[in-house]
Design a protein around this ligand. Structure first.
Ligand SMILES: Nc1ncnc2c1ncn2[C@@H]1O[C@H](COP(=O)(O)OP(=O)(O)O)[C@@H](O)[C@H]1O
Ligand SMILES: [Mg+2]
Length: 172
């Protein structure tokens, strides 16, 4: 599934993404791989989600600190902490482990959003929720949800209006 949006629609997009996060229940932390080129809007989108979570601090790009932790105040969500990671400056997957990633990813109270997830692939398991952002033009971006499991795919299909696939034919 994909959504094409302009900057002034980002609030709706952020809440749509959070709905999807809620459908993706995991026994441990929810780990989100947020990929996309430089300037695609990964940090901007994370900031928008932080407003919905009623996070009080300003979300800053964690490029230099690698990892930042924020308290989620909105009790409508099952997580207590947002952990925002920017893996851009990491050279090896194990550097993320040194920051305590393994323990953090076991804790159900954590929602972990990782920018540049392709640099720490070895730390991510099949339960990771993957999102990709790409440029369409200066003000427009495309967001794609990737399904790692059949369960995610079926959950996402609940959004598709009935009848959309009426004319779809499968070839054998
Ligand atoms: N539709 C849009 N969605 C998100 N950001 C947008 C959009 N249109 C323009 N922008 C701009 O693109 C830039 C994205 O920067 P940033 O979020 O830091 O990217 P990234 O973290 O992916 O490198 C911001 O300056 C933002 O204002
Ligand atoms: Mg960023």
């Amino acid at each position: 599934m994909e959504i094409i949006f302009k900057q002034n629609e980002i609030k709706e997009v952020a809440s749509k993404i959070l709905e999807k996060f809620l459908m993706h229940s995991t026994p441990s932390a929810l780990v989100v791989a947020l990929s996309g080129d430089l300037g695609a809007g990964k940090t901007t989108l994370t900031k928008e989600m932080s407003k919905i979570f009623e996070i009080k601090e300003d979300i800053i790009s964690p490029t230099f600190v690698i990892m930042k932790k924020y308290d989620i105040h909105n009790k409508n969500f099952p997580w207590k902490n947002l952990i925002h990671i920017d893996a851009y400056r990491l050279e090896k997957d194990h550097e993320l482990l040194r920051l305590g990633f393994e323990e953090l990813s076991k804790d159900k109270d954590n929602l972990i959003i990782i920018e540049w997830p392709e640099l720490v692939k070895g730390c991510l398991d099949s339960d990771t929720f993957s999102i990709n952002l790409s440029h369409i033009d200066e003000e427009t971006r495309k967001i794609e949800f990737c399904y790692n499991t059949r369960r995610d795919f079926l959950a996402a299909c609940r959004d598709v209006p009935v009848g959309k696939f009426e004319n779809l034919r499968f070839s054998s």
